[in-house]
Design a protein around this ligand. Structure first.
Ligand code: AGP
Length: 594
């Protein structure tokens, strides 16, 4: 969670670092900081102010220096204050580091370093890193050797960038946390993620696990870890050129990324249908032989797994089960020989999902990942990667990646049971339905609905079968983006308890398709008899609908268009309630800690 970024080049580092931070803000935004080196001097600035304010202050300082690091934080160890903000420094202030991840042996390292005379100024595990390097220097090691020793000392996950005031270079290292290097003309942009530097370069070098690197004016070098003579060798990996689609990062004329990303869904879906990801055929071969299939994901990606349980593999008679990544450890022992795990993750960096996959691999399972980041940690661990190809999703709330996940599951289903020939057709219907739901008229209608719901203390959502999955995902969007208490129920479960919560005027949103209309109408009457206000999302209005949003049926793909009005609704309510839709409170886009 946290974003790290660096710059080494010919230009002033501070403005470039601040722009990069803005583009990494989706990774966490409790506090931020930066350091710029200049002729052996160090300008260190840290703040809990919003990034925009921090940026204005720093820009007014005109900091000189062409090498620097910056960080945006999502607190794990220690409260969000300026002392816990990164960069952290060594006792003498010459070694500075930014870190994303969690050091499991942070307390132990801190205790040892304190015994060795080091003074700590923060509560973070990250601060041990510059002190460890300082300790190695005190013991007579070179800077390169001191940095290259870190993988042997650190337990846990990390993406680390580190500088020394007297060295015109940036050191970089990662384990289980993302870190890449953007390569320009004689300039380098190490960062947690590609969006950080995309407007500046589309050439990227991927860093492998535990590979200590140093970036200087002559290029990127690998530090020899195991040779007694030490030394460096040029990194022989050529930069990858990113494709155009990945590089579209601007908000265009939209006020927020979330809105832009919601409205992109007709085209992201169309792209997937027209040019299905190539690995689908290979996935079929793996899945057909599987003794069982576990779909694993967290948050919205878990909801996609639940959809998969309903819609995927049924025609082919496969045994499919959805599991929440963080709960997988309780089910892992049930994994049968020959099982295949399909891991869904927009970022490919979610720690719980990576952990679950590792444990499944330890039990011999093959892994197919479905992700929006083909070079992510998850992708690199997988036997096969199916790209979502949704383009960068920068709002914290998952929107277009969710509908792409559902679409990929249906395309995969089509591969497994081509005789059904319904999935692709239903995806086209879903695309058409999305176009209607995102029209100006439909959006104005949803904005009206938003005004009704924004003032309610809570919202209930209901659906049966795959539509219950839509209710769950809609409730998540209303919680995280709109900040509303929202609870999803199985349609048939209302009478078994939840009805006790229904009072006069309680809003209940119901999702259904044509086949489920009659039963939904009955449930709606029962709710209305107890005072509920029923809002409906489906092809036809119920007799009892207070307000209805028309979302045309799209066969098996119906949950794809049906989530769109709720994404829009959450966005509109967030605005009415004065919340930033792109940056929900206390959340980060990729949750890289367990
Ligand atoms: C969705 O809106 C959330 N921000 C969150 O639940 C997210 O889906 C979850 O953290 C999983 O992320 P991933 O898809 O990148 O693995």
């Amino acid at each position: 969670m946290c974003g790290v970024t660096g710059y080494l080049g010919q230009r002033a580092a501070a403005p470039i670092l601040l722009d990069s931070l803005k583009r990494l803000e989706y990774r966490g935004y409790d506090s931020c900081g930066l350091v710029v080196l200049n002729d052996g001097g160090v300008a260190l600035r840290r703040s809990v102010e919003p990034l925009d304010r921090f940026r204005t202050v720093i820009l007014s300082e005109n900091l000189p220096g062409t090498v620097g690091l910056a960080h945006t934080r999502w607190a794990t160890h220690g409260v969000a204050d300026a002392l816990n903000a990164h960069p952290h420094s060594s006792c003498d202030g010459t070694i500075l580091a930014v870190h994303n991840g969690v050091l499991e042996n942070g307390d132990e390292l801190r205790a040892t370093l304190i015994r060795q005379g080091h003074r700590f100024t923060s509560d973070t595990d990250s601060e041990t890193i510059p002190h460890l390097v300082e300790q190695s220097l005190r013991e007579g090691q070179t800077m390169d050797a001191a940095f290259a020793a870190l993988p042997r000392r650190l337990v846990g996950s990390y993406a680390v960038l580190l500088v020394h005031a007297k060295t015109d270079a940036i050191y970089a290292l990662r384990r289980d946390s993302p870190l890449v290097i953007g390569v320009g003309d004689n300039e380098y942009f190490p960062a947690s993620d590609i969006p950080s530097f995309l407007p500046l370069t589309s050439r990227v070098v991927y860093i492998t696990q535990d590979e200590p690197l140093v970036i200087d004016r002559t290029g990127i070098h690998r530090i020899r870890q195991h040779s007694p003579a030490g030394g460096r060798e040029p990194l022989d990996r050529l930069p990858v050129i990113l494709d155009q689609n990945v590089t579209s990062l601007s908000k265009d004329s939209f006020e927020h990324y979330m809105l832009k990303e919601i409205l992109e869904q007709a085209s992201t879906l169309e792209r997937l249908i027209e040019v299905p990801p190539e690995p689908l055929a290979k996935a079929r071969a793996l899945l057909q032989k599987a003794s069982s299939i576990k779909l694993i994901g967290a948050g919205t990606s878990y909801h996609a797994c639940l959809f998969g349980e309903h819609a995927f593999g049924v025609g082919a008679g496969l045994d499919v089960e959805a599991c929440v990544s963080s709960e997988f450890e309780f089910r892992a022992s049930l994994l049968r020989p020959g099982a295949v795990v399909v891991a869904l993750s927009q970022s490919g960096e979610t720690a719980d999902t990576i952990h679950a996959v590792r444990s499944a691999q330890g039990r011999g399972a093959k892994v197919i990942s479905v992700t929006n980041s083909e070079m992510s940690t998850l992708a690199q661990m997988s036997d096969l990667v199916i790209p979502l190809r949704s383009g960068p999703e920068l709002a914290v709330a998952a929107t277009k990646s969710y509908t792409s996940q559902l679409a990929v599951l249906l395309l995969l289903d089509q591969e497994l049971a081509p005789w059904a020939v319904t999935d692709v057709r239903s995806l086209w219907k879903a695309r058409d339905s999305i176009l209607n739901l995102t029209s100006t008229a439909a959006r104005a209608h949803i904005a009206e609905l938003a005004h009704e719901l924004a003032v309610r203390p809570e919202v209930f959502l209901m659906g049966r079968g795959p539509h219950y999955v839509t209710a769950l995902e809609a409730a998540l969007k209303l919680k995280e983006v709109a900040g509303l208490r929202a609870e999803a129920f199985h349609g048939g479960e209302m009478k078994h308890g939840p009805l006790a919560l229904i009072e006069e005027g309680a809003p209940v949103v119901m999702f259904y398709d044509r086949a489920g209309m009659t039963r939904t109408e009955i449930a709606a009457s029962e709710l209305i008899a107890r005072g509920a206000l029923v809002f409906t999302v489906g092809e036809q209005r119920l007799r009892s609908s207070h307000l209805h949003v028309r979302a045309d049926d799209a066969g098996k793909a119906t949950p794809i268009p049906q989530i769109i009005p709720l994404q829009l609704l959450s966005y509109e309510i967030a605005k009415i309630r004065g919340r930033d839709p792109d940056h929900p409170r206390n959340l980060a886009k990729s949750v890289t800690v367990i």
